[in-house]
Design a protein around this ligand. Structure first.
Ligand code: GRF
Length: 202
């Protein structure tokens, strides 16, 4: 798992593993932020974690920086990557080596309300300001652009007239915590297929 923030999705996925709702072992958390909630959860749960931040390696070439990730992923025998609020773009080598094996979750219905700067409360604020009557979650493959990989799964919720960014964020989090583990399970069961450049979930 890769995460930079509070880590509620990370926690929900760990809980699903504990309850045997998903079968994969969660062997490693990679974060760019040693102070974040996700790292705290990893520490409490005994999950290995690694902080990799470009600022710590000013002299390193891009290639060698990429290798740091690959080394850690290899060491922990990672075959699938789940992004949950990871605030950096993944580097090319990781994307290439894990093609179609990296998924991300976005707190709105892509392709609307995505892209650079569209994270956290910014997304919910933009949704509310647009007057949209529905929002939701999007689980998608990660690629070299923010929020542009193939869409795997979406689920809507109503945006009520009274909603503000906090109440909308609560609705969205609920959906994320329920459906992200369910989609991971679909991958485990090989029920996520890419056909004609689109994704079919059986
Ligand atoms: C989630 O809303 C997710 O959609 C987005 O980042 C947020 C992470 O939240 N990519 P948390 O750290 O899991 O609580």
């Amino acid at each position: 798992m890769f995460a930079s923030g509070t880590g509620t999705n990370f926690k929900a996925i760990l809980l699903s593993r504990k309850r045997n709702k998903i079968k994969s072992d969660i062997n490693l958390l990679i974060s760019n932020n040693s102070d974040c909630g996700a790292v705290k959860i990893a520490k409490e749960s005994g999950i290995d974690f690694k902080i990799i931040n470009r600022n710590f390696y000013p002299g390193l070439s891009d290639k060698n920086f990429d290798d740091l990730f690959l080394k850690e992923l290899r060491k922990s025998k990672i075959d699938f990557i789940v992004l949950a609020g990871y605030m950096k773009l993944l580097n090319k080598e990781v994307l290439r080596k894990y093609k179609n094996r990296i998924i991300n979750i976005h707190p709105a219905l892509l392709p609307s309300f995505g892209g650079k700067g569209m994270y956290g409360a910014n997304v919910h604020r933009a949704v509310i300001a647009s007057g949209a009557k529905v929002s939701g979650i999007t689980i998608h493959f990660a690629d070299e652009k923010y929020d542009e990989g193939k869409i795997i799964f979406q689920k809507c919720c109503d945006v009520d007239f009274e909603d503000d960014e906090n109440s909308l964020s609560q609705k969205i989090r609920k959906l994320e915590h329920k459906f992200y583990p369910e989609i991971i399970r679909k991958f485990e069961e090989k029920k996520v297929l890419i056909l004609k450049n689109k994704v079919k979930v059986i």
